[in-house]
Design a protein around this ligand. Sequence first.
Ligand code: PSV
Ligand code: MN
Length: 408
Amino acid sequence: MSDYTQAYTILADQLAARGIDVASVERKLAAQAIETPSWGYGDSGTRFKVFPWTGAARNVHEKLADAAYVHRLTGAAPSVALHIPWDQTDDWIALKQEASELGIRLGAINPNLFQEEQYRLGSLCSPDSGARESAVAHMIECCAIMEQTGSDILSVWLADGTNYAGQDSIVARKHRLEEGLRLVYEHLPAGSRMLVEYKFFEPAFYSTDLPDWGTAYAMCLKLGPQAEVLVDTGHHAQGTNIAQIVAFLLDEERLGGFHLNARKYADDDLIVGTENPFELFTIYTELVSAGAKADRVAYMIDQSHNIEPKLEAMLQSVINCQVAYAKALIVDYARLAEAQNAGDVLGAHRLLMEAYETDVRPLLAKVRQDKGLHPDPIAAHRASDYPRRVAEQRGKATQGGAGYPTTS
Ligand code: PSV
Ligand code: MN
């Protein structure tokens, strides 16, 4: 959209007529920040095939450069999450400096507890004490990395579980999980948080040690105030009401953050807001309704791009989050509360839909232009020579590239 100004004027007038404080909405949109994942910039695929992408980032430096590019175009992606050891470096201070020179920050640190031989039966929950000790040591090493990078989130996801009934004691595994997380918790840098992520199945198929938000929440309560739940939107059974989980955790002040993506069948890791635009909107309405309780929430994308161009996919993800947030910001919450209290079932529903069906793109275009950005990041990207330059410099891997080789 190049000429959005007329559409913006009409929209701003309509919103003002609905009693919406447009200037306040614009300020909130200007402050929106979404962290992108280093692994989303490298080659990735399914267990069937990794299709190498010409220009995909091959190492952490190229991933930082790509993340900085996404931030330059959107003004809304100021940090990048790292996965250890995929993004291992021998000089974290230098990497932090490199990020800062590129105009971004190093964000959440994600320990990898699923790619070593020793984790065949799990990591923190494994019956093998050696595997458990390695997992704890790796997570403590990640806490030390956080001290150097200035990261304030340790993002914990375990692939732990069992494949067959009777394979291991579910209760013994629970006890090992508690013990392992407790040992790591003690090493969290001051002021930082451990975000505990759950996922209902995969790679384990019979039982998963952290299968749902309730289990993650219970672990966080046992650990202490620096532990909070991470909701990955792709980690639920079909039909789960994620907005309800979000509302509960926000109210309990234990929602630490998100891994945003879209899913249709399993943990598909697709572009957020493609399959699930309405779900994303309802999640954002809970966040907006929660007011200050949502201030601590970290918004992180967790996607792996298999057949789509990686940079454009990441830009689209950020944009889709902006759209969902903008729509949630223009809900008339006062009238909504009145309708709810009056038991006006469909009146209340229509108030939400009124916001959802509003085309907020002119509003976002205005916010971007106010920041000195192109009003349409996708158009800016398609006109940019950055993708062509990196394609020339980096070429194409001959087989599955560095980073995240397979997703499911
Ligand atoms: C697991 O599927 C997951 O969602 C976890 O968040 C990991 O950190 C991420 O993917 C990358 O492996
Ligand atoms: Mn995730």
